[in-house]
Design a binder for this molecule. Structure first.
Ligand SMILES: Nc1ncnc2c1ncn2[C@@H]1O[C@H](COP(=O)(O)OP(=O)(O)OP(=O)(O)O)[C@@H](O)[C@H]1O
Length: 224
């Protein structure tokens, strides 16, 4: 086994995906180094969430390859892929899902790789959910659930965070707090951060950005 430390947290090349009945979505190559923060922009329907799901290993690409922390995704070995993702990846979903029968705190502690209780409490404090930890998900507002989803994504100190519209339900104060926490995480743990967003507040704060092209054939192929 090699002891070489991979320089890139994430690299993806020649990625494409096609939904049933849709057109082929093609994506630019990506290479994220430790500590790098990248915004992915583009009009609605251009494929931002699809790209994020490909990078997260949730969808198998039609073409191309992805490596996370130096390990290539192998879709024929889902257990190995789960292991790579479980250790290295934190995902902030556009629509967060939690286990309804568990409290916010129990949801936060679910990952087998989660930090200590004290560290998780500090994280909850920084993200502004410390006072909500005894609540169940159905008792929380959309913005509170979004913050819980961000805390959960950071709970195991991932080397890569993929965040889909992480601030869409947040007011200015919480948006800034979450942004600060995500950027601090990237600095502190040398983690790469990729954010898909429409949020002007993030566009102003994060200079490194790519914009996906809208691929209108996707719309033309639709039959009503
Ligand atoms: N499950 C699906 N089945 C078929 N087509 C899909 C599916 N999910 C998305 N699409 C289509 O694929 C294209 C890309 O969708 P995607 O959700 O990645 O776009 P997006 O850029 O994230 O959009 P938004 O900014 O509105 O969230 C769109 O044309 C969409 O209609």
């Amino acid at each position: 086994m090699s002891n070489t430390i991979p320089s890139a947290v994430l690299s993806a090349s020649q990625l494409s995906y096609q939904y049933r009945g849709g057109t082929l979505l093609s994506f630019p190559d990506l290479h994220l180094d430790p500590g790098e923060v990248l915004l992915v922009l583009g009009p609605s329907g251009c494929g931002k969430t699809t790209l994020l799901h490909l990078l997260a290993g949730l969808l198998p690409p039609r073409t191309g390859s992805i490596a996370l922390a130096g390990q290539s995704y192998n879709y024929t070995q889902p257990a190995v892929l789960d292991q790579i993702r479980g250790r290295n990846l934190g995902i902030v979903y556009q629509q967060p899902h939690f286990i309804d029968t568990l409290t916010a705190w129990q949801n936060l502690r679910l990952s087998p790789f989660a930090q200590s209780k004290e560290e998780l409490l500090e994280l909850a404090q920084q993200i502004g959910i410390a006072h909500l930890l005894k609540k169940y998900p159905q008792e929380m507002s959309a913005g509170e659930l979004q913050r819980l989803g961000i805390a959960r994504a950071l709970a195991h100190r991932p080397g890569l965070i993929l965040a889909d519209e992480p601030t869409s339900a947040l007011d200015r104060r919480h948006c800034l707090a979450v942004l600060e926490r995500l950027q601090t995480h990237a600095r502190q743990y040398n983690a790469a951060l990729l954010i898909v967003t429409h949020d002007d507040r993030l566009m102003t704060a994060i200079p490194q950005q790519i914009t996906l092209d809208y691929q209108p054939a996707a719309a033309q192929n639709q039959q009503v």
